[in-house]
Each structure stands twice: as C-alpha cells, then as structure tokens.
Design a protein around this ligand. Sequence first.
Ligand code: PNS
Length: 189
Amino acid sequence: MTRHGSRSRDRAPGRRHRGSAERAALATPHGARVAVYPGSFDPVTRGHEDLIRRALTFADRVIVAVAVNVAKQPLFTLEERVALLRQVVDRPEVDVRAFDGLLADFARGVGAAVIVRGLRAVSDFEYEFQMALMNRNLAPGIETVFLVPAFDLTYLSSSLVREVARFGGDVAPLVHPAVQQALRHKFTR
Ligand code: PNS
C-alpha cells in the first residue's frame, strides 16, 4: 500500500461498498489540504468547536473523525456523537465521519496531510506525545499538529461536562444548546 490509500483504489473493479475514508477522499478536491481531527467527542464541547475553527485557518477541509471504539463505555452512542457534531459544526469545509480501527489508516485513506489534536495542559502531553509518535510510525507522511484552545476553554473536557450535567450543574457556557439538550435528555430519563 502506498501512502495515500492506493490499497483501496487497487481493489477489484465492481466493488460496490466504499468505506467512510474512501468516500471522504473521493469528495475532496484535488490538492486540498485536509486535516483530520480525531476524538471520542462524548459529547462535543465548545473546546472542540474552537479547535475546529483554528484548524480551518491552515486546512482547506477538516474531517472530524469520531472513534467507534472508545476506551470507556461512552455516554452517547456513536450515532448520537456524530449527529451532535453535525448539528454543532454546520460548515461546508467540515465533514464529520465515524472511523473504526487505526486512526493512521483512516487519515491516510482520506489523504490527510495532518492530524490535529488539542493540548490543554501538561497532563495531556505524555499521552499525546506517544500517540503522535505511534501515528508517525504507522503513517510517516502525516504530521500531528497540536493546537492550544482559547484560554477560557483550557479547563474544559467532555468528561467534566458529563459529570457537571449528571449532577444537574449548568453546562450552558460549555456546550452548544443542542448538546445541552441532549445531556438533559440523558440524565432525566
Ligand atoms: O478524544 P480522545 O478519547 O482523546 O480520542 C482518542 C482517539 C480516539 C483519537 C485515539 O484513541 C485513537 O486514535 N483511537 C483509534 C485507534 C488508534 O489508532 N490507536 C492508536 C493511536 S496511537
């Protein structure tokens, strides 16, 4: 397999079902600079939104890649996480896709030049550093770029948002109203 996904292009003619990475690659204009922004997004927060806006300052297209398999049992299903992101980030240059398996394979499949990750605090660094090096090992042509969120969002995380919402705290400043409503729905059932 070559760097930009020739494995999928080499498949036998007549194959009908394309993977999400393949479909995204086909939808991308030739020469466009594609950034992949991966995560669990359980749920998407104002911090994620901020990072997507920042990524668009250097990328023509941002593919928000929602991980199918996340470490812990997520609060929101994959379909809910994707649907909320699509509601919250409604811009033509941003595409929201689910991905399964290795991030490096997905990023290569969509022709990404960079993988974007947010760095909020020193505590994020070790995990992010390891992940960036592993992804470079798996996909040497793709750089990981770390972005720093707006100062007033640096403390924000999906897990904190879930916890505050679970105990009835006000999450209005932390998430889009659609996410606030979805959280309320989850915790008042
Ligand atoms: O929002 P998160 O939970 O910090 O996102 C982590 C995520 C989903 C980006 C990471 O776990 C991931 O890339 N998973 C896909 C599997 C993979 O490629 N693992 C090896 C990474 S070095």
